[in-house]
Design a protein around this ligand. Structure first.
Ligand SMILES: [Zn+2]
Length: 141
């Protein structure tokens, strides 16, 4: 675990089960470099359960969706599918087929904004690539 403040190495001061959930380990850590102290929690995540929950939520959303909106979305999806088949069979670019058929392209999702940490995180057993090798210069007086 690296320090959240200075990216230095940390050591565990205290380790105990969480008061509310014994399946979670709570660790008190201290940065060796700057002395910053913080807690970390270690536990397991039920990914299959999370996916099942998301599927149920999606099904519930579709169940209460206006049937007219649902039908319009299905029709638009089918039209895009047919345009893709048309493009593959004729060898024409998909964008041209969609333009000729007056199909709006599916909305693109914006990529997640990547925020890099304020410091370079060195990889284990690797020299920092961001710091160039410093050469000593001779100085004559
Ligand atoms: Zn630190």
């Amino acid at each position: 675990m690296i320090c959240a403040r200075c990216a230095g190495d940390t050591r565990v001061i205290d380790s105990r089960p969480h008061e509310d959930d014994p399946g979670v380990i709570r660790r008190r850590r201290e940065c060796v470099a700057c002395g910053h102290r913080f807690f970390t929690q270690e536990g397991t995540i039920n990914i299959a359960g999370m996916r099942a929950k998301r599927r149920r939520a999606q099904a519930a959303y579709l169940a209460r969706l206006d049937p007219a909106v649902k039908a319009a979305r299905v029709a638009a999806s089918n039209l895009r599918r047919d345009a893709k088949i048309e493009a593959e069979e004729t060898g024409r670019p998909l964008a041209n087929v969609m333009r000729d058929w007056s199909i709006e392209p599916a909305t693109r999702r914006r990529p997640l904004k990547h925020t890099s940490p304020p410091f370079p995180i060195p990889r284990a057993n690797e020299r920092s690539v961001t710091t160039p090798n410093q050469k000593t210069t001779e100085c004559s007086i």
